[in-house]
Each structure stands twice: as structure tokens, then as C-alpha cells.
Design a protein around this ligand. Structure first.
Ligand code: 5AD
Ligand code: SF4
Length: 476
């Protein structure tokens, strides 16, 4: 019991954050009343949906402080990078972007530059910023997210650099303000952290141990979303199948899904990510029986070879994974399946990689998210030796895409001529003359239509397909 209490952020700390928000707001309002323009905030997010969700919390706090959102760095009074540490590429991009801000800071010394998220939870990265990026005012790790108002207040009021990387397992805070992205779909975190320690992955080191939010808090948030007009929610966690294991209440993820399905107004429920070792028959049965739960599953396999899977510390074999997929397909034949794949894990040979291709051909995923292995210092795999050269890894990667692109296209092609229910999210990001929405399976559909469709379900006949999206027309 006491352990659970320790996980929740104390009321005193929450109160201190509310006061910091109010102090910053008063200062911003004073400047506004003297004729200064409204202050603007730019938040750029890297990495996974958990980071997107954390940025919504940051934006919510900033809005309460009186900042307006801007998409232009040059306009902003505060710039925040919410970083990802999963692969080196994302890290290099952040350092590059921060370097480029030196000029901006020289021109406008009042602009506040902050960096947060998974990269900053690693001491080496935070130290590097401290030493080499002196124009950065505020650095805070994932465990310090909820302390952002008081950290920012210190920067503003005391004009000092603030670095806060605390070494705890992280807390949960309820009732923090959120500024969600526009549209009918919302992300809802149900748990934080990960206990799995896959040997290549930095997440357990930067996000801490698994912590579940209480069912009541999640249900209250979803009820609030429903009453604000949201139609679709995605329940988020690094490993949602572990939901509830740390709670006093006897509850698992399937129970949580059943509770959320009862909420009127929410018509589609998705969730991610599931770990194949933990996906239970109860969860599969719940997915099948609850009509609101989208028949879509992201089930990262990572690799197809049993030696590699064991070295990755994944706790399943290729055969066990395929058996689960067969069970899922038997219950939900039209399910959309997606996965994550790592190519070139240390020690992986070309023959072993062929097992990954075999999984792709057997499962026939709709889409895959594939990555070349990136060495993460501090993880067990970082000390393992490579067999394949960088060039050979690239060749394997390209072979993987060749196999998958064909399957993705074929699976989309099978939808041609079908009429699908699409929840319209807005105008397409790549072509602002067409609307864009998703099918129950999570596939993007572009179609002609007007503003009234946004936020609504429309029936769309699929007239053409691409590898990663569908094209259609509204059927009255
Ligand atoms: N290198 C490459 N890909 C990785 N992922 C996690 N860690 C690494 C790494 N070190 C991938 C996994 C995971 C996804 C979110 O990122 O496939 O499922
Ligand atoms: Fe990383 Fe594995 Fe946890 Fe996913 S389950 S976050 S890959 S350690």
C-alpha cells in the first residue's frame, strides 16, 4: 500500500507547481497589459507516442501560464525539445538543432531554450548540454516533467540555468492540464515505464519501472474526453499487458478495456504497445467481443530467429509468436497487424535474418516499423560484437522493405471496392485539398469532402490504394 502512495506525486508538490504556473501567468499578463505581445511557446517532440503525450502535458502547463502555441521557432519566447533516446539518429538531430539555436539566442537573449525527455534522463547527455550548449537555459529529465512549472519559474525569475535530472523511478500525477492536438482522437496514458529490459533498449533506464494509473483516474479522463466530443482514444503504455500488476486493486488490462468500453460517446478504442510474451487469451477474447475495440494490434516481434530473440531478452520463440498470431487471426480474421523489427542486432547473421523475412511472409503484417540496430551505451547489447558489416545491415534492411512493401500493397489492394467507416481527422498533411481519416484498422484514407466531415464517421468507398494509404470517395 505504502509503495503505491509513494508513486503518486504529493499534494504539496502539486500545489507548488500550481503556484509556479500562477506566478508565471501573472508576470506574462503584466507584460501584456503594458503592451507586449502574447508570449509564444514552441514544443518539438521526438520519438514515441509517450513523448507526444508528455508534450501535451507541457503544452497544457504552458497554456495555463499564458503562452500561445506557435509552430515557428523564430516567433517563440520559449523553445522546448522533448527528446528521444531510443536510437542515435534522433539524438544527433537534437544536438544539431540545439547548435543551430545559438544564433537565435545571441540575437534574442530573452528567449528561453529548454531540453527535456529521455535523452536528458541520461546524465552524460545532460552534462554535455551543460558543458557545450551554454545557450540552453533549462534541462530536465523524464522524471522531472511534473516539476516543469517550478523549474521554469526559477529560470524566469532568477535568470539562472536550471538542470534537473533526478534519479528516481518517476511519479504519477493526476489532474495536470493537457493541451491535446486538434481532432477527434486522443491519447490516454494508462501506465508508464518498462520492466522488460530488452537487451538493446534504453527505455527502462530512462523511463523507470512500470507504474499504472488507477482505473478510476483513467475512466474519469476518458469520460471527460467523451463529454468534450472525442470519439476515439488510444490507451498508451510501453507494455500495456502489464497494466495493473503494481496496483492494489485486482485488475488487468482486459478489465480496464471493459471499463472504458462502457463510456458513452467513445466509439473506438485502440491501445499500444503489447509485448508478445504477455498477450493473454483473456485480452484476445476481450478484443474479439467488444465492438468498440478496434481490430488492430501492434505486436512487435523485433526478430525472427530464436537465438537472436533470446539474446534480445524477449522471452518468446518464433514459434510461440506465430502461434499467438494464429490464435488472433482465428478469432479476428480481418485484424490489421503491425510490428517493429530491428535489423542487424549484434551477432545476427544473414541466415538468422532470413528468419525475420520468414515471419513477415507468414504473418503478412499490414505495416512494419523497421530500424537498423543502434548501439545504446549502458545496455547489455552495447557490449556484444557485430557479425554483419554496416553495408550488409543496409542490404538486409532494404531486402526487408522489399518484402514488406509488396505485402503492404497487396493487403491494401484487397480493400479496393470496399466501403469502410472512416473517422475524419482533418485535412491531409501532405495535400491540404483532401480530407484524411482512419479506418477501424488504423489505415489512413484520403478523400474529397468538406469541413463538416471533420470529427465525424463517414462511409468511404476505397477507389485506389498506395503502399501506406488508401484513397476513396464518400458514399452517402
Ligand atoms: N536500435 C534500434 N531500434 C530500437 N528499438 C528500440 N531500441 C532500439 C535500438 N537500440 C526499436 C524497437 C522498439 C521500437 C520502439 O524501437 O523495435 O519496439
Ligand atoms: Fe524497450 Fe523492450 Fe520495454 Fe519495449 S518492452 S520499451 S523494447 S525494454
Amino acid at each position: 500500500m505504502s509503495q503505491r502512495k509513494d508513486t503518486l506525486l504529493s499534494p504539496q508538490i502539486i500545489q507548488a507547481q500550481k503556484e509556479a504556473i500562477s506566478d508565471i501567468r501573472i508576470k506574462n499578463e503584466e507584460q501584456y497589459s503594458l503592451g507586449a505581445p502574447r508570449k509564444k511557446a514552441f514544443v518539438e517532440t521526438y520519438g514515441c507516442q509517450q513523448n507526444v503525450s508528455d508534450s501535451e502535458i507541457l503544452m497544457g502547463m504552458l497554456a495555463q501560464m499564458g503562452y500561445e502555441k506557435t509552430e515557428q521557432k523564430d516567433d517563440a519566447d520559449i523553445i522546448i525539445y522533448n527528446t528521444c533516446a531510443v536510437r542515435e539518429n534522433a539524438e544527433l538531430k537534437v544536438f544539431g538543432n540545439l547548435g543551430a539555436l545559438k544564433h537565435l539566442k545571441a540575437k534574442r537573449p530573452d528567449v528561453i531554450i529548454g531540453v527535456c525527455g529521455c535523452m536528458m534522463q541520461q546524465k552524460e547527455n545532460a552534462d554535455q548540454i551543460k558543458r557545450k550548449y551554454k545557450h540552453v537555459d533549462l534541462v530536465f529529465g523524464t522524471h522531472s516533467l511534473y516539476y516543469f512549472p517550478s523549474l521554469l519559474k526559477d529560470v524566469i525569475m532568477s535568470d539562472t540555468r536550471v538542470i534537473d535530472v533526478r534519479d528516481t523511478d518517476g511519479k504519477i500525477a493526476e489532474h495536470y492540464p493537457l493541451q491535446r492536438a486538434k481532432g477527434p482522437c486522443a491519447w490516454v496514458s494508462v501506465m508508464y515505464g518498462c520492466n522488460n529490459f530488452c537487451s538493446y533498449c534504453i527505455v527502462p533506464y530512462v523511463r523507470g519501472r512500470e507504474r499504472s494509473r488507477s482505473k478510476d483516474a483513467i475512466v474519469a479522463e476518458v469520460e471527460q474526453l467523451a463529454s468534450s466530443g472525442y470519439k476515439e482514444i488510444t490507451l498508451l503504455g510501453q507494455n500495456v499487458n502489464s497494466y495493473g500488476k503494481d496496483l492494489d486493486e485486482h485488475i488487468d488490462f482486459a478489465d480496464l478495456l471493459n471499463a472504458v468500453c462502457k463510456i458513452d460517446g467513445i466509439e473506438r478504442i485502440r491501445f499500444m504497445t503489447s509485448h508478445p510474451k504477455d498477450i493473454s487469451d483473456k485480452l484476445i477474447d476481450t478484443m474479439e467481443s467488444q465492438s468498440k475495440i478496434c481490430k488492430q494490434l501492434h505486436l512487435p516481434v523485433q526478430a525472427g530467429n530464436n537465438r537472436v530473440l533470446a539474446a534480445m531478452n524477449r522471452h518468446y520463440t518464433k514459434e510461440e509468436y506465430l502461434e499467438k498470431i494464429d490464435k488472433i487471426k482465428a478469432k479476428m480474421p480481418d485484424i490489421t497487424l503491425t510490428t517493429d523489427i530491428i535489423v542487424g542486432f549484434p551477432g545476427e547473421t544473414k541466415e538468422e535474418f532470413a528468419d525475420t523475412l520468414d515471419v513477415l511472409k507468414k504473418v503478412r503484417y499490414d505495416t512494419i516499423f523497421s530500424f537498423i540496430y543502434s548501439k545504446r551505451p549502458g545496455t547489455p547489447a552495447a557490449t556484444m560484437d557485430d557479425v554483419l558489416t554496416a553495408q550488409e545491415k543496409k542490404e538486409c534492411f532494404s531486402a526487408l522493405l522489399d518484402v514488406q512493401d509488396k505485402i503492404s500493397y497487396e493487403k491494401n489492394k484487397a480493400l479496393e471496392g470496399k466501403i469502410l467507416s472512416v473517422l475524419t481527422e482533418g485535412y491531409s498533411k501532405t495535400d491540404s485539398t483532401v480530407l484524411s481519416g482512419r479506418t477501424e484498422g488504423g489505415k489512413i484514407v484520403n478523400f474529397a469532402g468538406s469541413d463538416e466531415c471533420i470529427g465525424k464517421f463517414v462511409n468511404v468507398k476505397i477507389t485506389d490504394v498506395r503502399t501506406w494509404s488508401l484513397i476513396g470517395e464518400i458514399i452517402e
